[in-house]
Design a protein around this ligand. Sequence first.
Ligand code: NIG
Ligand code: FE
Length: 431
Amino acid sequence: MPIVFLNAAEVVTCAGPARARRGAEMADMQSRRGIAVAVENGRIAGVAPQDELRRAYPDADEVDCRGCLLTPGLVDSHTHGIFGKPRHEEQELRASGVDYMEIARRGGGIHGSVRDLRSRSEDELFDLALARLRRIASYGTTTVEVKSGYGLTLEDELKSLRVIRRLSQALPLRIVPTFLGAHEIPLEYRAAPRSREEYIALVINEMIPRVAAEGLARFADVFCEPGVYTADESRRILTAARAAGLGLKIHADELEPGGGAELAAELRAASADHLAAISEGGIKALSEAGTVATLLPGTMAFLGRQRQAPARQLIAGGAAVALATDFNPGTSPTVNLPLILTLGVSQLHLSVAEALVAATVNGAAALGMAAETGQLAPGFAADVALFDIEDARELPYWYGDRRCLATWVRGIACHASGNDGTFPSSPGRPL
Ligand code: NIG
Ligand code: FE
């Protein structure tokens, strides 16, 4: 049954080429008033004046948008959604002056989440992640990338990736799995008889082939950062991942410059993520390579850092910028992508249009999905979000608020507000 979305105050379509928007292109979010959106067979069939679409689809299910804002479903292209317990004790430690990397050196940080995840069953992790992904969806996100990376043994990484696969079977959300076996050097590989080189060999020779053979991930990622993986080590791991058929992402220049952005450009990675400490050369390299610069301002804010990624410089240089939550238990425990839009405007100095393009089309491009989702235009998947606001500028304005009323993925109702994040099963359920 076709669906027609009627009576929206404003429709942000982000319509345009099916690729990342770069530089000045990001300023155009293609916002229109007085139009409706028709959906047929899970795809956008028309974006046109309301009367026209009503005549074209007389028998369609009607969704009355009641003067609210309709946008492409948001794309959260960077999360670490598979973990056990929260790490709130580190927040106070940092507030008292202990640095994030110092917490890791003391065996906390990522290592704490690794110990915890290893002790949990797949079912337990599935239940925790299911609830968390429903919360992510409740803020307007319809596509979410989810990384492994708190297992750091072959079995525990596979366990995490199997949880992600089960989540995509259980939820209407689009879920994109990423293998992050190179998230840290596990503590047990830091002293003789083992070595970091042995762990890197395990990632390259055992984990990547197995993950690829089982079709458990679309991307591989590495935490390329001074004190974690060097650029050379990251290159070896990502080259092996590419040979195994995986797309590439890099945690690059998050806290200190480490050549991560340059490496992402060299490898033509789909995205380089974080970039708060990117070099001038890195900015140029990313722009030239067409690698999406995925910025995660929630992370720097939560860590209490003053420095944010140079978004304006990246855009001025012609780069494509995406925004994402970096949802994880250590540096960014938020599921709220509209809040990241707020930080995109207030901390990164993006315009509202740039922030919206960054969290839709460019997020999709960072996942290799720019031809499928991220815009309300004929032929694209009917991934749609409805917000209880009248003007797109309110989305980053009511910061921290949850204004999402409902989302649809491929034209199927995904999230509906007011029912505690439970997913109605009937397709095209009108409000
Ligand atoms: O993106 N930097 C590496 N990974 C995460 C943090 C992981 C953690 O602290 O648990 C990030 O910030
Ligand atoms: Fe991250």
